[in-house]
Design a protein around this ligand. Structure first.
Ligand code: AGP
Length: 607
C-alpha cells in the first residue's frame, strides 16, 4: 500500500530524513516514490521516480538541499492510475502552494473532481488523491485545522493525508481515517509516519492517531482535534528493546525470517506453556473459557486466512467447538448472525489490514465477542480487539509472510488446547501435543539443515509454469499456503487442491510438464495421498513428495523432500517451512525480488 512520511526539523536535513524514512517503509509498497521539501524562503522542491526509492535517491543526488527544513514523502502502491511519475505523490494544488501525500482511497473522488474541474481546476494525474489538495486550496479559510474539518466533511473513503504549505513551512498538518498514522517526537525534530517502527532510533515517544483525528504539528507544539474537540492522545515511549531490524549475514529478509522460525516458536509459547508441569497459562484465555463459547468464526485474509483454516482444525478437533473461517473481504459484506455464545477471531500479522479491521468493527458494533491474533502490538486491530494473543514473531519485513504464519498457527494451537482442556479433550492427546510442541523448534531447525537439498529439488522444477499443491485435511491448508508462496514470490501459477478432489476434473491438466507437490507427512490419510500421487504418475505427471523419512510409498514420487515427522497434528509446522524454502529457491533462481515481489505490499490498508 501507500505509505506516508513527514519531517520537520533542522535546515539541510529534510530531504535526507524523508528519503531514509521512505526506505524504511519501502517494503510496505514500492511501485513508485516521491518527496517534497520546503525551505523558509518559500522554495518547494518536488521529486518523483517510478520504481524503488533508490531510483528517487539517485535523482536527488545532485540537488542542494542545505536550506530545506521540512518535507513529506510517499511510497506508492497504485490504486487509481498507472505506475507513472505523474501519478506519484506528492501532488500540488493549483497555485502550487499546498502539497499532499495520501494513503487510502477517496471513494467520491470522481464527483469532487468534476466539481473542481467545473470551477477551473486543472488535474495533472489520474489519482483520487489530487482532488484533496485542490479542494483544500479551494476551501482554505486561513486556518489549517478549520479547513481540514471542512475537507473531511466532503470526503468519503479511507485516508491518511499529510499536507505542507509552501508559504508557511513551520508546520505539517493532516488527518486520518482508516489508514494508520503516528506523530513521532524526537529531541529537536517532529515526524509523521504510517508506522512508528520506521521512527525507531529517531524518536523518544509517539502518538498513534485515531480515526477522525485532525492534526497540526510544529517544532514546538502540536494540536490534535477529534470532531471539534481537542483530543487527549497518550504519548507512548519507544521501548528500549525496540531496534531497527538488520539483515545480518542473510542475503534478504525472507530467508532471515524463515530461519528465525525455531526461535519465534519458542517465543510464542514462552510463559504460556510450562513444559515442566505441562500446564497452560493465560488470563485472557481463562476469560474466554468462561464465556461458554459454542461457536467460533475466524476472519482474516491471505496467509492469515490460511492460519485460520488450520485454527479451524485445531479448535474443532481439540476443543470440540464448530468453526467457520471467512476471508475478511467477504465477511464484511455478508449477513452476520452475531450471538453472545460466539467468539469472533480476527487474525492479522500487520494488524492494519483494512478488511479485517472493518469486519472486527462491525462485529463489535453488534456487541459480539472479538479476539485478535496479531503480530504488531499497538496496531489498529490489536487496539480495536482489546483482547487476544500477540504472536511475538517480531517485525516481519519480507512481504511474503513466513514466521508470522507459524506463530499465528501456534496461537491457534494454544487456544485450542486451552479451551480443549475445559471441554473434554482426551488427556493423552493433550500430553502428546504438549510433548510435540516442546520438540518443534528443534524439528524446524533440522528442516533448515535440509535447505540445500530443498534448493536442488526446487531448481529442477524452476522452469515449470504450473504446479498443483496437494494434500488433505491439515495438509491441504499447508498446500494452500505453499501455493500462495510460489505465486507471490516466483510469479508462477499454482493451485492447491484436496488430493482426493483432483480426479473430479482438474486431473485433465496433468502431463509431463505439470508437476505436483504432495504434502504427505504421515497419519491416517497418508495412504490415500499416496494413491492420488499414483493416479497422477499414471498420467505422466511428476509428483514431488513432501514426506516422512520412513514413508513406505516413497517409490511413487519423482522426487522427494524428506523430514523427520512429529505427530500428524504438528507436521504442518514442518511442511510449511519446506514449502517456504521451495518457493524461495525457485524465486531466487528466476531472479525475483523475494523481499518485495511485484504488485504486492506488506500490509493492505485499502479495500
Ligand atoms: C502473505 O504472504 C501475504 N503477505 C498476504 O497474503 C497477507 O497474509 C495478507 O495480506 C494479510 O495480511 P495481514 O496478516 O497483515 O492481515
Amino acid at each position: 500500500m501507500c505509505w506516508v512520511f513527514g519531517y520537520i526539523g533542522a535546515p539541510g536535513k529534510a530531504a535526507r530524513e524523508v528519503l531514509a524514512g521512505l526506505q524504511r517503509l519501502e517494503y510496505r509498497g514500492y511501485d513508485s516514490a516521491g518527496i517534497c521539501v520546503i525551505n523558509p524562503d518559500k522554495n518547494l522542491e518536488v521529486i518523483k521516480a517510478v520504481g524503488k526509492v533508490n531510483n528517487l535517491k539517485v535523482k536527488t543526488d545532485s540537488i542542494d538541499f542545505s536550506t530545506y527544513h521540512a518535507g513529506i514523502g510517499h511510497t506508492r502502491w497504485a490504486t487509481h492510475g498507472g505506475v507513472t511519475e505523474a501519478n506519484c505523490h506528492p501532488h500540488l494544488s493549483q497555485s502550487g502552494r499546498f502539497v499532499v501525500i495520501h494513503n487510502g482511497i477517496i471513494e467520491n473522488y470522481a464527483e469532487l473532481r468534476d466539481e473542481l474541474i467545473a470551477k477551473g481546476y486543472v488535474f495533472h494525474s489520474e489519482t483520487d488523491t489530487e482532488v484533496t489538495v485542490h479542494l483544500f486550496e479551494d476551501i482554505f479559510d486561513g486556518d489549517y485545522l478549520s479547513t481540514m474539518t471542512k475537507l473531511v466533511a466532503k470526503m468519503h473513503g479511507a485516508y491518511g493525508l499529510v499536507f505542507l504549505d509552501r508559504d508557511n513551512g513551520n508546520q505539517i498538518f493532516g488527518t486520518k481515517k482508516g489508514s494508520p498514522m503516528v506523530l513521532g517526537f524526537g529531541k529537536t525534530e517532529r515526524y509523521i509516519s504510517s508506522d512508528y517502527r520506521s521512527l525507531i532510533g529517531l524518536i523518544d515517544d509517539y502518538i498513534i492517531l485515531e480515526d477522525g483525528d485532525i492534526f497540526l504539528v510544529t517544532l514546538d507544539n502540536y494540536t490534535i482535534l477529534s470532531g471539534w474537540q481537542d483530543a487527549d492522545r497518550t504519548r507512548q515511549i519507544v521501548g528500549e528493546d525496540e531496534k531497527v531490524v538488520e539483515l545480518g549475514d542473510f542475503p534478504n529478509f525472507m530467508l532471515k525470517e524463515v530461519f528465525e522460525q525455531p526461535r519465534v516458536l519458542e517465543d510464542v509459547f514462552r510463559g504460556r506453556i510450562d513444559f515442566s508441569s505441562n500446564s497452560l497459562h493465560s488470563d485472557t484465555l481463562e476469560h474466554i473459557a468462561m464465556l461458554g463459547i459454542k461457536k467460533v468464526t475466524i476472519v482474516a485474509s491471505g496467509t492469515s486466512y490460511h492460519a485460520g483454516l488450520l485454527g479451524k482444525y485445531y479448535l474443532e478437533e481439540l476443543s470440540n467447538i464448530p468453526v467457520d473461517v471467512v476471508v475478511s473481504t467477504e465477511f464484511k459484506y455478508k449477513k452476520k448472525f452475531v450471538s453472545s455464545d460466539e467468539l469472533y477471531i480476527f487474525v492479522s500479522q500487520s494488524g492494519e489490514t483494512i478488511d479485517t479491521l472493518d469486519s472486527l468493527k462491525i462485529v463489535k458494533e453488534q456487541w459480539g465477542h472479538v479476539f485478535g491474533i496479531v503480530n504488531v502490538p499497538g496496531s489498529a486491530i490489536a487496539r480495536a480487539a482489546g483482547q487476544g494473543l500477540f504472536t511475538r514473531a517480531g517485525t516481519e519485513v519480507g512481504v511474503a509472510s513466513t514466521k508470522a504464519f507459524v506463530t499465528q498457527v501456534a496461537c491457534f494451537l494454544f487456544l485450542s488446547l486451552y479451551l480443549g482442556q475445559k471441554n473434554g479433550l482426551d488427556y493423552r492427546k493433550y500430553r502428546e501435543i504438549i510433548d510435540s510442541i516442546a520438540k518443534l523448534p528443534e524439528a524446524i531447525s533440522s528442516i533448515l539443515l535440509s535447505n540445500e537439498a530443498i534448493r536442488k529439488v526446487a531448481e529442477k522444477y524452476a522452469n515449470s509454469t504450473n504446479f498443483f499443491y496437494l494434500g488433505r485435511a491439515h495438509e491441504l491448508v499447508i498446500a494452500m499456503e505453499g501455493s500462495l508462496k510460489l505465486k507471490e514470490l516466483a510469479y508462477i501459477h499454482s493451485e492447491a487442491y484436496s488430493s482426493g478432489e483432483l480426479k473430479h476434473g482438474s486431473i485433465a491438466l496433468i502431463d509431463s510438464d505439470f508437476p505436483s507437490l504432495m504434502i504427505n507427512g504421515g497419519g491416517i490419510l497418508s495412504p490415500k495421498n499416496a494413491s492420488s500421487a499414483e493416479e497422477i504418475r499414471a498420467r505422466g505427471g511428476p509428483v514431488i513428495g513432501i514426506i516422512a523419512k520412513d514413508d513406505p510409498n516413497k517409490q511413487v514420487y519423482a522426487d522427494v523432500i524428506e523430514f523427520d515427522p512429529l505427530i500428524s497434528e504438528l507436521n504442518p509446522f514442518l511442511e510449511v517451512v519446506i514449502l517456504q524454502l521451495f518457493a524461495y529457491h525457485i524465486a531466487n533462481f528466476l531472479g525475483r525480488d523475494v523481499d518485495k515481489p511485484r504488485n504486492l505490499a506488506k500490509s493492505v490498508t485499502v479495500e
